[in-house]
Every structure is written in C-alpha cells, then in structure tokens.
Design a protein around this ligand. Structure first.
Ligand code: 5GP
Ligand code: ZN
Length: 114
C-alpha cells in the first residue's frame, strides 16, 4: 500500500523507534503516547481492519500476540500488566487503516476507559 503510514514505517521510509521486528511483525513506539509505555504492534502485511482478516492470517495474529507478550516480558511488565487495545473502523476510534494493537502501560489504567 503506497500511502499507508504503517506500510511506510515497515519499508523504513518513515523513521520509528522499533522495539520488535521479525519477518512478519513490527513493534514500535507510538508517536503520540497516551501513557509512559505506548507501543504499536502491526503485521508487516497490509491488513486494513479486522474485517479484512483472511483464514490464512490466523497464525500471523497468534504470532503477533506472542510478540506483544515477549516485549512486555522484556520490559518487566509481567507483574504490573498492560492494556492491549485494537480500534476497529472509524466508529471504534481507528485512524490508521493498517491493523494494529496498542500496548499501553506504566500508569494506572481504569476500566471501563473514559
Ligand atoms: P488508531 O487510532 O488508528 O488506533 O491509532 C493510530 C496510532 O498511530 C495513534 O496512536 C497515533 O499516535 C499513531 N501514529 C500515527 N502516525 C504515526 C507515525 O507516523 N509514527 C508512529 N510511531 N505512530 C503514529
Ligand atoms: Zn499498510
């Protein structure tokens, strides 16, 4: 996807603070953090929303969750925990239409969110 911001980060056309990378997945710091720790995890493959997931993406999404857990563990979050958020479609707060998860931590996180 030519103009997709996250595809451009995958192609290293836009700089990002990368915290995790493998062949299929990228994790990087959110440019506008809402908490002391605010990371984004994306599949390198362009998938716009959850509604665009194909059966063959099942393993990819599983590995993406495992990457989140690996980084969370490395950051010492196993005890205090974290929030994993995925906004879907405009009504769900999605601004970038390349599937991503927000890992948020480092401050008290109330539920339900405001
Ligand atoms: P959404 O509302 O789509 O779930 O969240 C998109 C997130 O991407 C926002 O938290 C926003 O701060 C972040 N973001 C947007 N553009 C960039 C960028 O160029 N670099 C980084 N690192 N994060 C971005
Ligand atoms: Zn994309």
């Amino acid at each position: 996807m030519e103009d997709c911001v996250f595809c451009r980060i995958v192609r290293k056309e836009i700089p990002a603070s990368i915290v995790y990378e493998d062949e299929e997945i990228l994790g990087f710091k959110d440019i506008n953090p809402v908490a002391p720790i605010h990371l984004l995890f994306i599949p390198k493959k362009h998938i716009a929303t959850f509604f665009d997931l194909a059966p063959e993406d099942e393993a990819l999404i599983g590995r993406l969750h495992r990457a989140v857990v690996q980084v969370a563990r490395e950051m010492g979050l196993e005890e205090q925990g974290f929030r994993l958020v995925a906004n879907c479609q405009r009504g769900g707060g999605q601004l970038i239409f390349h599937l991503h998860y927000h890992l948020i931590a480092g401050r008290p996180l109330n539920w339900p969110p405001g």
